[in-house]
Design a binder for this molecule. Structure first.
Ligand code: SAH
Ligand code: SF4
Ligand code: F3S
Length: 485
């Protein structure tokens, strides 16, 4: 193989290479077929850039990927043009999410510098090696269940100079979780369960992340202890459905609430949150844990998705509106100061105006503290794809807007009811304006107030004076002043 240094691209070497075909096994064999076309040959990258699309699960995967790359000696640079290695950690949840990533990948092929380019995440799982056909400048594709194999995949790209993909259907537990690179030093995500077994008919997640695999409690506790030792004040336990924790491993005899009790006992543990909860799996034991465990915050994000029983059934959400409302009633009885969050899809196939109004009524009655509303987007490979996407876009947009308007007024009413009262706020960082400090109450309300930088990472008592949209604006009450009162 003729190899010579390229002056134009200092991190790569030019030469003749193999057939460029893709494969999905990791085996370190040199290319068998040498063809006569010339491409760049990569050297070990020194710098990387990573962009994340999608949910908190993907954000955490990005941090795990970063941890591995930095362990290998690569340095992050916030410079997409010049980094040697570019990674796009992708999302597939809606068509718009995929189109954003596809647009980005297309652009990269037109750039001047020849980087090593990899796609990871949910779209990598959904599209696998077909991405190589569409984007010949891609070097590797790594699925959600293989993020800890990234180093081996990179080795293979460097050694064989061929496109490589690894997209296993199932996640194998391993300890590389512990090398996540956190982008924050006050709060951190900790994965407790990967995948989802619920198979809602509209959702790609069970296909892009595979079935549920709980992480051993010992490993979770160890990571939480390390975070506490490093001064972290808040941990968010992550999973597509955290309430399923332990159900796939009955021999562990440790369900979600059992895990919470163990985490709460860690000396020095600050706040604990969790995301996301499937309404069916929210148990009375969990509600009691929220009431009784000092670390556990009084906020539960448990999406209703729709307020009509016919639509809920068609979505395969496995609860009725009445059962959902019963859970809300039980939760608010056991934890009276609890705040709730939801996700809702409008314009699901065949949803009538009357059925949408049931959803609207549910949002009106439950008074969520925060709501994320989406218009239905058909996803390839899901059961709902069989049904005609029959609600016109304008109708979906109209329903979405009505929900947004309703939620905006509920949000204002809830914030208004907090004015004049004092809440405990964990100070996370400076607000975007760089002047006010930003933090959250236990019930996940965003608060900004004036104060010095050294309050970051501490708990402060803040009196709420006003609000703008979802953000409360407050003033810090000094501890000594509180004592005198
Ligand atoms: N595991 C979480 C949600 C993960 S996806 C849960 O079950 O609550 C985040 C949200 O995206 C979902 O709650 C749903 O509201 C929305 N979503 C998922 N698939 C969608 C689709 N095909 N079209 C529109 N919204 C969708
Ligand atoms: Fe998707 Fe439903 Fe699983 Fe949530 S519970 S990730 S919406 S399949
Ligand atoms: Fe998107 Fe995958 Fe999360 S599809 S929403 S990144 S689980």
């Amino acid at each position: 193989m003729a190899v010579k240094s390229s002056k134009r691209f200092p991190n790569i070497v030019e030469g003749h290479i193999g057939d460029g075909s893709s494969k999905n096994t990791i085996e370190l064999t040199p290319p068998l077929h040498i063809q006569s076309f010339s491409i760049m040959i990569f050297r070990e990258p020194k710098t990387y850039f990573i962009r994340t699309y999608g949910c908190q699960m993907n954000e955490l995967d990005t941090q795990i990927i970063q941890g591995q790359l930095e362990k290998r000696g690569l340095a992050f640079i916030d410079d997409e043009e010049n980094a040697d290695l570019l990674i796009y950690n992708t999302c597939s949840i809606r068509d718009l999410a995929e189109r954003k990533v596809m647009g980005k990948l297309g652009q990269l092929g037109r750039g001047k510098k020849r980087h090593i380019i990899g796609v990871t995440g949910c779209m990598a799982m959904a599209k696998k090696d077909s991405l190589f056909r569409k984007f010949p400048h891609l070097d590797f594709v790594v699925g959600t269940n293989n993020i800890t194999d990234l180093g081996t995949v990179l080795d293979e790209v460097l050694y064989t100079q061929r496109q490589v993909y690894k997209t296993d259907d199932r996640f194998e537990e391993n300890l590389d979780y512990l090398v996540a690179k956190r982008d924050h030093n006050v709060k951190a995500f900790v994965s407790i369960i990967r995948g989802c077994d619920k198979f809602c008919t509209y959702c790609v997640v069970p296909y892009t992340r595979g079935g549920e695999v709980s992480r051993p409690a010992m490993s979770i506790i160890e990571e939480c202890k390390q975070l506490v030792d490093r001064g972290y004040q808040e941990i968010t336990l992550l999973g597509q459905n955290v309430n399923s924790y332990g159900k796939d491993k009955p021999e562990w005899n440790c369900l979600f609430h059992d895990l919470l009790y163990q985490i709460d006992r860690i000396p020095g543990m600050g706040r604990v949150r969790f995301l996301t909860s499937h309404p069916v799996d929210i148990t009375r034991e969990l509600m009691l844990a929220i009431r009784d465990l000092p670390s556990l915050c009084e906020f539960v994000h448990f999406p209703i998705q729709a307020g009509s029983n016919r639509i809920l059934k068609k979505m395969h959400r496995i609860y009725t509106k009445e059962q959902y409302f019963e859970k809300v009633a039980m939760l608010t009885e056991i934890v009276p100061n609890v705040s709730l969050g939801t996700d809702i899809i409008v314009g699901f196939p065949t949803e009538t105006e009357e059925e949408f109004l049931e959803t609207y009524q549910a949002v009106h009655d439950i008074r969520y503290s925060v709501g994320f509303f989406y218009s239905y987007s058909p996803r390839k490979g899901t059961p709902a794809m069989r049904w005609k996407d029959d609600i016109p876009d304008e109708e979906k947009q109209d329903r979405l807007q009505r929900l947004l308007d309703l939620q905006a007024s509920v949000t204002s009413e809830i914030r208004a009811s907090m004015l004049g009262q004092t809440y405990e706020v964990l100070v996370e960082r400076f607000n975007k304006d760089g002047k006010m400090l930003k933090g959250r109450t236990r019930c996940w309300k965003k608060v900004i107030f004036e104060g010095p930088e050294n309050l970051i990472g501490t708990l402060q008592q803040v009196k709420m004076n006003s609000f703008s949209h979802e953000t409360l604006i407050g003033e810090r009450i000094c501890q000594s002043a509180l004592k005198i009162l």
